[in-house]
Design a protein. Sequence first.
Lengths: 355, 333
Amino acid sequence: MADMTSAAADTDRGLIQAVTTVAADTARQPGPTVTYREAVAEGLARELRRDPSVVCLGEDIGKAGGVFKTTQGLFEEFGPTRIWDTPISEQAILGLAMGAAMTGMRPVAEIMFSDFFAVCWDYLANEMPKMRYMTGGQVTIPLVVRTANGGGLGFGAQHSQATENWTLAIPGLKIAAPSNPADVIGMMASAIRSDDPVVFFEHKGLFASKGPTAPDGHFVPLGEAAVARSGTDITVVSLAATVPMALVAAEVLAQEGASVEVIDLRCLIPLDMAAVLASLARTSRLLIVEENPYQGGWGGTVASIAADEGFELLDAPIRRVAAASVPLPFADALERQVIPTVDSVTAAIRALLAY
Amino acid sequence: MTASTDTSISADQLLALYEQMAVIRRTEKAAHDLFLAGLVKGTTHLAAGHEAVAVGASAALRPGDYVFATYRGHHHAIARGATVEECLAELMSKATGVCKAKGGSMHLTKASAGMLGSYAIVGAHLPLAAGAAWSAKLRGSDQVAVAFFGDGATNIGAFHEALNIAAVWSLPVLFICENNLYMEYTPIGSVTAVANPAADRAPAYCIPAEVIDGNDVVVVADAVSRAAARARAGIGPTLIEARTYRHFGHSRTDPATYRPPEEVAEWLGRDPLDIAMGRLAELGVPVERAIEADDRAAQVVEAAVAAARAAPGADPADALTDVWADGGSQWRT
């Protein structure tokens, strides 16, 4: 992390507090709201209704409604020919999805925790991203791999990792990681309609968060970042759970007179660097907030492009607030030391503004 | 092993299968020679000796069925309809290669013929074949999917995951093991707890299995016909363990000295081409007709080698195409 000392403070605010704060803001907005977890099921249901070739498979996604209740109601509405419960066989889940995608279906596979990518990594690393290329474009693989990602809930080292950087290391996968319910629905539509394999990261820490629901037909194209909050003094690039974290930090700093722009990348591939560089042109300062370990995290790619193509725009060094390069610990007091928090983000912004 | 007692294959059909096997045998010999001549780079895993498995299975399948093969897959690509020329051009890094020279020997694919790829990660394609079978079931088609794999694949997790789910979901998939007795350089029996590495595992998944003579094209065609019929009838998957033998080493220039000479001699005495020739004689086909078929095969392969040699090399611009469905490789704005 950029600033370990402030993260150690007893008053530190973690991810849950950030989500709660943003949710409280949302609750004051007019119109119907929906939780992030309900949005997952809603996004899937809209595509299942629209396209009979969409089919879902995964562990406990049917009658049980998913271990995170993100597929609640789908089995009841669509039945066993559309919603398939699988054994604990991650290789079979992704292999079946890919074989079906190559032959006319649009499967949506769930890997319960993104940590489990490690047991079916062959499909994510060697099969899905490469078959189109290796065959000279002979096959198309329109599938989505959904997964619950990220920390902050005390699940320990094998159920808490943010693994989006694992997939970023492999050319040939599209990578989506929505930060709010409307984006979940709009990006689920674009992911399922994509003719390329898409890894869709649903953040565990956001499942309970609320936001405005999405209108019918809502569609968020993959690779379009959003300006989550406009500002003029510094650009904070964020993704998934670090978006609400950055928004709370921006609000704190607004009270100190700082104008913070928060970019929600939404996707890592395609990576909307045009949006990042355009923001940097307005602010001249860049902070990247990610849940990946500093070692190999996605922020390194964003920073390298910004340094290469945005050097003339910068008035300060590019900084990253990332997870510490250690396994995720169990206890809250320890986890707060490792993953970014509102306080560590706030401190890093202050430091950059003072540079 | 199950012997063939009743075959529906006519003399003319068998002659055609013999000719296909002769084409594959000569293609593999050509690939070997081109590799030694430095015209094929990287690696090859030749299937000379395995011809009857690919040709017999293909004869029993329909054009719309799906086939998934391994890095030792030249015979399957050709048996399913890829031309010798486009396969050799692929090996020789030519623009006319069946995969535009982006795949190479280990990834021959002819999707338009239902040959959905050759996979170089052992066992990876068994779940894919199960997925294609699941897709056929979901779409209500009567297609079947086939995964061909080596004996070595029976000890990797994906094999077991695929068999289990194929049985539980009654998928129209055929698992066909080409047991050539060696996983790369190691005798399969020395690293496997059961005698028949594929077939002896199938009962654990309630999948019917049989061990067959994989060097007899008629036996293979019959077994695959029965299994495909079961699959199309909705009964579920079948496993076939076809015993066969490599005529070359594992890959590249491997001399395969780890195989006892008497074992090699025994298997070379059971050459799938000779066995088919014997069956042709039993059916009253004059030997001259088999010789004519072999001559035609020689001409096909000779012409293919010449055409592949003359073809232009891979187009450098193709390095940055075909990542995404839009044809390009753009990953950022």
